[in-house]
Design a protein around this ligand. Structure first.
Ligand SMILES: O=C[C@H](O)[C@H](O)COP(=O)(O)O
Ligand SMILES: C=C(OP(=O)(O)O)C(=O)O
Ligand SMILES: [Mn+2]
Length: 450
């Protein structure tokens, strides 16, 4: 593994001032911003270039149908939420989902957390009005505070530095969990402990028993379990806040190439994927595996130009299209996009985000999603790819390991009236632990039929 510590040539190269950058905060104090950016530029990398290259090979395998990508985590991480319990529950949930998928569909699962950097949010509106008072919108903990007061909502560049430290602490714990024995497949039962018992847990227990049995059988046959003691786990977030991302780019000492060291995988969101904009320009300059969100309204010629800009050499695993079309539109909108992209010879990894096209405001006023729509969009995704003979490479889900009530439906039958019970998200509604496991069981069935 290479250590990438050389500061990137920042001037000019990574910060062309002339490109429009959507969804950036208006920092009130230019000198304070300069100082925060300069501080970030001196910090050590959070991830290494060699790890990003490994993830690229995993994404390439998923594009060929030899692996399946599971990306999951909060819509918006918060500094206060970066606690040991929250992080552990999220990691356990992803490990459980991966076990269900691997066991159910006999396919390796590439585990990627929306974690350790998912602190900035694009918003539909720059402002929020409550009881006649209008303030800047909350843009994530790396920009401002959710509390509804003028000082809290003012963007504070010191939050970029806090974001780095929170990401570093989170990633440290994730690495400890996934390489320090906790992710050992022989402890597959333990990942279920501490969660309230429910139908999905019970179903998981059954799979865990089967895995246990298989492991004991293999142990009796003299199998070597060394490789099962740890698991690969990658970090990802939206490359939104350029004042955070640019100073964390480093030169890989092996190759002289530039890498983002803020995460293994970065994606550009639906609201910032302007071909002529600063975000696409930024990710075109780094060598990490990258993603772009694609809505039902995406123009396919735009996407083809994007492929040329981001993956001119057609490098396997380099580019992922994360489609987020909505359950009602995916079956009509996705086929022509996949067809034309495939016909162009490009080899992108197709991942389904069944969350962002299915958000609505409930009668009680909460932003929510119906579990049925989430499942239906994934089903549509599989149907389209099966119909075209292309590869459904993974899913990208907003989830938490906690017992929240943010999305309606699922076998617990969460209703609109239940949303108030435990709605914690500061941005979009997440699947709770049980809904996440249920989704994994359903996707395992779709995958094994594929
Ligand atoms: O997570 C995605 C976006 O940031 C989010 O959906 C925007 O939400 P808004 O429409 O409430 O601004
Ligand atoms: C902002 C997000 O999604 P999108 O860009 O697809 O709207 C997100 O993933 O939280
Ligand atoms: Mn979101």
């Amino acid at each position: 593994m290479s250590i990438t510590t050389d500061p990137a040539p920042m001037a000019g190269l990574l910060a062309p001032d002339d490109l429009p950058a959507a969804q950036q905060p208006t920092w009130p104090d230019a000198a304070a911003l300069q100082s925060a950016v300069a501080t970030l530029a001196t910090y050590p990398p959070l991830v290494f270039a060699g790890e990003c290259d490994v993830l690229k090979t995993r994404m390439a395998a998923a594009a060929r149908g030899e692996a399946f990508v599971l990306q999951g985590g909060d819509c918006a991480e918060t500094f206060a939420g970066a606690s040991a319990d929250n992080i552990k529950n999220r990691v356990k949930t992803i490990l459980q989902m991966a076990a269900v998928l691997t066991y159910g569909a006999s396919v390796p699962v590439v585990k990627v957390g929306r974690m350790a950097g998912q602190y900035a949010k694009p918003r539909s509106s720059d402002v929020e009005t409550r009881d006649g008072v209008t303030l800047p919108a909350y843009r994530g903990d790396m920009v401002n505070d959710y509390d509804f007061s003028a000082p809290s909502r003012e963007p504070d560049p010191q939050r970029l530095v806090r974001g780095y430290h929170a990401s570093s602490a989170t990633l440290n714990l994730v690495r400890a969990f996934t390489t320090g024995g906790f992710a050992d497949l022989r402890y597959v039962h333990d990942w279920n402990k501490g969660f309230v018992s429910n139908a999905a847990n019970a179903r998981y227990e059954k799979i865990a028993r089967d895995i246990d049995k298989a492991m004991k059988f293999m142990a009796a046959c003299g199998a070597d379990f060394e490789a099962m003691k740890t698991t690969e786990f990658f970090a990802a977030h939206e490359a939104l806040l350029l004042d955070y991302e640019r100073p964390l780019v480093r030169t890989d000492s092996r190759t002289g190439e530039l890498y983002s060291t803020s995460a293994h995988f970065l994606w550009v969101g639906e609201r910032t994927r302007d071909l002529a904009g600063a975000h696409i320009d930024f990710v075109s300059r780094i060598r990490n595996p990258i993603g772009v969100k694609v809505s039902a309204g995406a123009d396919v010629d735009d996407l083809l130009r994007m492929i040329d800009a981001l993956d001119p050499t057609r490098e396997p695993g380099r580019l992922t299209f994360i489609t987020r079309m909505g359950a009602g539109r995916i079956r009509e909108a996705l086929p022509s996009i996949v067809e034309k992209v495939t016909a162009s010879g490009a080899q992108v990894t197709w991942v389904c985000d069944p969350m962002h096209g299915n958000t609505f405001s409930s009668a009680s006023g909460y932003k929510t999603r119906d579990f049925e729509d989430v499942v239906d969009e994934v089903r549509g995704f599989f149907e389209v790819h099966q119909g075209l003979g292309t590869v459904p490479g993974g899913i990208h889900v907003e989830l938490t390991g906690n017992d929240v009530t943010e999305c309606i439906g699922g076998s617990e039958k969460i209703l609109d009236a239940d949303l108030a019970n435990n709605y914690e998200s500061l941005c979009d509604p997440r699947l709770n632990h049980q809904q996440s496991l249920e989704l994994a069981f359903l996707v395992a069935e779709m995958l094994s039929r594929d």
